[in-house]
Write a protein that binds this ligand. Structure first.
Ligand code: COS
Length: 379
C-alpha cells in the first residue's frame, strides 16, 4: 500500500516512520484469518500486535490522550491486510479507552500495561438490546452495596465477549437519561459475569451478549465520578470513531488496488478490462471517494491531536462518509471482478462482507447524521 498520502500536511515524520513499521508488520506477520475460529484468530492477532510493540500507541499510559493519526495509520494498514487484525488492534484501544482517557493513576497502572503487551484483552460493554443508538436508555444498573456496587443487567453485541479479561461496563447509578450513568472496570472473573454463546455474523469476529448478575465491584472500579458515564462513553467513541473510518479506507484501498490489477490483466473484447470507459468511470469514482474519505478522517484526527476538546462533528462526518464510501468501493470491486467477486474466499468477496458492519458499529450512519445535523442547527 502506498504511503504517499502521509506526505499530506496532517502528518509528521513520526507518522511516516510508524506507517512503514506497521506496513512491514502487516506484510510479514504469519496469521491467516480462520473465519470458523474468530476467537482464536483474534487472540493470535492481539498477541502478535503486542509482541511487535504496536499496541502501545492505542493504550497511552502517560496521562495524555492517544495520537489519533497514529491509530488511523495503523488501522488503514491492518484493515488492508485483515479485518480481524484491525479488529484486534482497535478493540485493545477502544475497549480500555475509558481507562486510558479517564482512569486514575491506580486504574491505569492496573490495566494499561497488560493491554499494551496483548496479555489482557478488554471489552467495551455499552450496548444493550434496547439501547444501541439510544445509549441514554440503557437499563443495566449499578446499585450501592456496602463499600462498592452490585451490577445487574444484560449487555448485547459485545465485541471480545468471552475473550476479555476486563469489561468496561456502563450502568445506571442515578435517575433516567444520560446523567444517570456511570462507568466501571469489571474483571471478567468476578462472580456473576457470564458471556453468552457467540453470535455469528456475515464477517465473523468475537461477539456475544454478556450478563451481569449481582456482580460486586469495589468503589475503586468506578471510572470518573458517578454520573460521568455517558460523557465518558461519548468522548471515548469520539476519539475512536475517525479510526473506524480509517479501517474502512484500508479495506476499500485493498479492494481498489485489487481492482486496478484486475483491470490491467483481465482481457475482454480483445483488450484489457481497464480499456472500457465504464471500468474507467468506476475506478475514477473509487479513487476520488478514497481520497475524500481519507481527507475527512485525517482532518478529524489532526483536529483532535492539535488539542481540540471535542471532535464530535468532525469524527461523525469522517466515520459516516468513509464507511459508506468504503461500502460503495467494495461493491464496485465485486462488480469489476464479476463471478470471481461473488465467489466465496476471493479477496473482494471477503472485503465486501468485512466492510459492512462498519456502517453500524460505534455509531450507525444514521446516528452520525443526527450528530452532524444537531451541530449545524445549534451553531
Ligand atoms: N462528548 C462529550 N460529551 C457529550 C458528547 C460527546 N461526544 N455527546 C453528548 N455529550 C454530553 C452532552 O453535552 C450532554 O451534557 P449535559 O447534560 O451536561 O448538557 C450529555 O452528554 C447528554 O447529551 P445529549 O443530550 O446529546 O444525549 P442524547 O441522548 O440526545 O445523545 C446520541 C444522542 C444519538 C448523540 C448518542 O446517544 C449517541 O452518540 N449514540 C450512538 C452511540 C453509539 O455509538 N453506539 C454504538 C455502541 S458502541 S460499540
Amino acid at each position: 500500500m502506498s504511503a504517499g498520502r502521509y506526505d499530506w500536511p496532517f502528518f509528521g515524520d513520526e507518522h511516516r516512520a510508524f506507517a512503514e513499521r506497521v506496513a512491514a508488520f502487516a506484510r510479514d506477520v504469519e496469521i491467516e484469518d480462520d473465519e470458523a475460529r474468530p476467537a482464536e484468530t483474534c487472540t493470535a492477532w492481539v498477541r502478535a500486535l503486542g509482541a511487535a510493540g504496536l499496541l502501545r500507541c492505542c493504550v497511552p499510559n502517560d496521562g495524555k490522550s492517544v495520537d489519533v493519526r497514529t491509530l488511523c495509520v495503523a488501522r488503514e494498514h491492518l484493515g488492508y491486510r485483515s479485518a480481524l487484525g484491525d479488529f484486534a488492534f482497535a478493540m485493545q484501544g477502544l475497549g480500555i479507552g475509558p481507562v486510558s482517557l479517564f482512569g486514575n493513576a491506580e486504574q491505569r497502572a492496573r490495566y494499561l500495561g497488560r493491554v499494551a503487551t496483548g496479555e489482557l484483552i478488554p471489552a467495551f460493554a455499552l450496548s444493550e438490546r434496547e439501547a444501541g443508538s439510544d445509549v441514554a436508555a440503557l437499563q443495566t444498573v449499578a446499585v450501592r452495596d456496602g463499600d462498592g456496587y452490585a451490577i445487574d443487567g444484560e449487555k448485547m453485541w459485545i465485541s471480545n465477549a468471552g475473550l476479555a479479561g476486563v469489561y468496561l461496563v456502563f450502568a445506571r447509578t442515578g435517575g433516567p437519561g444520560a446523567r444517570g450513568l456511570s462507568a466501571f472496570a469489571v474483571d471478567a472473573e468476578t462472580p456473576g459475569v457470564e458471556p453468552g454463546e457467540p453470535i455469528e455474523t456475515i464477517a465473523p469476529h468475537p461477539l456475544a451478549a454478556v450478563s451481569f448478575r449481582g456482580v460486586r465491584v469495589p468503589e475503586r472500579a468506578r471510572i470518573g465520578a458517578e454520573g460521568d458515564g455517558f460523557k465518558i462513553a461519548m468522548a471515548t467513541l469520539d476519539v475512536f470513531r475517525s479510526t473506524v473510518g480509517a479501517a474502512a479506507v484500508g479495506m476499500a484501498r485493498r479492494a481498489f488496488d485489487e481492482s486496478v490489477v484486475h483491470a490491467r490483466e483481465r482481457k475482454l473484447f480483445g483488450a484489457p478490462l481497464g480499456a472500457l470507459q465504464l471500468t474507467q468511470s468506476s475506478l475514477a469514482h473509487m479513487a476520488t471517494e478514497l481520497d475524500a474519505a481519507s481527507l475527512l478522517i485525517y482532518r478529524a484526527a489532526w483536529t483532535k491531536d492539535n488539542g481540540a476538546a471535542r471532535i464530535t462533528r468532525e469524527a461523525a462526518m469522517a466515520k459516516w462518509f468513509a464507511t459508506e464510501a468504503a461500502s460503495r468501493i467494495c461493491d464496485r470491486a465485486v462488480q469489476l471482478f464479476g463471478g470471481l467477486g461473488v465467489t466465496r474466499g476471493s479477496i473482494v468477496e471477503r472485503l465486501y462482507r468485512d466492510v459492512r458492519a462498519l456502517r453500524i458499529y460505534e455509531g450507525a450512519s444514521e446516528v452520525q447524521q443526527l450528530v452532524i445535523a444537531r451541530s449545524v442547527l445549534e451553531a
